[in-house]
Design a protein around this ligand. Structure first.
Ligand code: ZN
Length: 77
């Protein structure tokens, strides 16, 4: 296990609604994350609702990829 500080990565599975409510959490440090953390939404091909977003955790600086599952209840990884 290295002790050097380096960028972490994480995948977060949530729903758009749960994310808007601030219920999603950083996969690395478990800090609550939400729209205030300036996510970059990745739009779908045909202008559909974004299913993906990328953002950086405000606490641990991990690069997070958010996966929005609109049709399923939020899952906690
Ligand atoms: Zn974090």
């Amino acid at each position: 296990m290295g002790r050097r500080k380096r960028t972490s990565f994480g995948d977060v599975a949530t729903s758009r609604a749960a994310f808007e409510r601030g219920e999603a959490r950083c996969a690395n440090c478990r800090r609550p994350i939400g729209p205030g953390d300036q996510p970059t939404f990745v739009r779908g091909m045909n202008g559909s609702e974004p299913r993906l977003a990328t953002m950086r955790c405000g606490r641990c600086s991990a690069l997070l990829t958010l996966h929005f599952n609109e049709d399923e209840p939020a899952t906690t990884a």
